[in-house]
Design a protein around this ligand. Structure first.
Ligand SMILES: Cc1cc2nc3c(=O)[nH]c(=O)nc-3n(C[C@H](O)[C@H](O)[C@H](O)COP(=O)(O)OP(=O)(O)OC[C@H]3O[C@@H](n4cnc5c(N)ncnc54)[C@H](O)[C@@H]3O)c2cc1C
Length: 289
């Protein structure tokens, strides 16, 4: 299928990209990896009159450390995240998630910023960013805004970004001490997208008590979310299999599970319980429980 005609701009700076967004209004779309946007355009579900390609703005594709945070440029590909030495050593939850996204071609083109901004409920990346309580930075004509991951996802393919803002950076904490992380998903067989995906980060005290924990869930509901009820049941406790299983049984509590041709709501809720238990168990094992 062929998309409707559009103009194309490849700015070399963020300022130029923001100006283009400001002057063309809702008819303009940002292009990152194009793995979600181009199929929509081919199906004529999106018909922007101008595409602003972010691919020539080098600063958007960097991964670096600043103090106790890791800064990930929005244009970083899933492959860059999967293979980043810094992330593997200091925040392995992101590489663990990136390596189960799609296939090699998808990971080579798809970007973390595109994935978060698109807010597909079945996308993997929102789950670890929520679990890690990441911070997102967006720049528009009014300057830069900082958004908590929890406030970023508003609903089915809806985020707190305004049409004139560009997501520029994602900040996650450096993990230190006795930490363990895991991302596990039940993939939809044809695409690899998550029927349910659960990301877990936890930190143990020297005596093995769960000092802190973050759990992000993708695929279950119209928007990804943090399983705070499960976290609450585990914080301050000695983790053991029966406690983990009991806590994980609350993953879908208060959530309206999605129903589609791939899975019923009941099945998704059951998968969420199962994958939450497994992911917590795996993270605990990696932390040395
Ligand atoms: C065959 C296939 C299999 C896939 N499997 C998986 C999977 O298993 N798991 C998974 O999570 N994902 C999967 N994906 C999605 C893919 O990994 C990308 O994450 C996704 O396509 C979005 O990233 P992108 O860079 O391609 O964004 P684009 O398609 O370029 O953009 C998507 C949307 O985000 C907007 N946007 C992009 N960047 C920014 C920005 N910096 N600021 C503001 N708005 C922005 C665009 O305007 C557009 O509306 C798959 C895709 C394909 C084609």
């Amino acid at each position: 299928m062929i998309p409707a005609a559009f103009d194309y701009l490849a700015p070399a700076t963020l300022e130029e990209a923001i100006r283009a967004l400001g002057t063309h209004g809702e008819e303009v779309k940002l292009l990152a990896g194009g793995h979600s946007l181009l199929p929509l355009m081919k199906l004529r579900l999106a018909s922007p009159t101008l595409l602003v390609d972010l691919g020539r703005i080098p600063s958007l594709g960097l991964i670096s450390q600043e103090g106790d945070k890791i800064l990930i440029g929005a244009l970083s590909t899933h492959y860059q995240i999967e293979s980043s030495k810094l992330l593997k050593e200091k925040c392995p939850l992101l590489p663990q998630t990136a390596r189960v996204i799609g296939d090699v071609q998808v990971r080579n083109r798809g970007t973390i910023g595109g994935s978060l901004a698109h807010a597909d409920p079945a996308a993997d990346m929102p789950a670890p960013i929520l679990a890690l309580a990441g911070e997102l930075r967006a720049t528009g004509p009014q300057g830069e805004r900082r958004l908590k991951a929890e406030d970023f996802f508003l609903g089915l393919m809806a985020t707190a970004l305004s049409p004139t803002e560009i997501l520029t950076e994602i900040r996650v904490p450096l993990l230190s001490g006795r930490c363990g992380t895991a991302y596990l998903k039940a993939p939809q067989k044809a695409s690899g997208f998550a029927l349910v995906g659960v990301a877990v980060w936890l930190k143990l005290s020297a005596s093995g008590i769960c000092e802190d924990i973050g759990i992000g869930v993708a695929g279950l509901a119209a928007k990804p979310f943090r399983a705070k009820g499960v976290e609450r049941r585990l914080r301050g406790k000695n983790l053991n299999p029966s406690l983990i299983e009991e806590a994980a049984s609350h993953t879908a509590q208060g959530v309206d599970p999605m129903e589609d041709i791939h899975a019923s709501g009941e099945f998704r809720a059951d998968l969420a319980r199962l994958y939450a238990a497994r992911a917590i168990q795996e993270a605990a094992k990696r932390a040395g429980v």
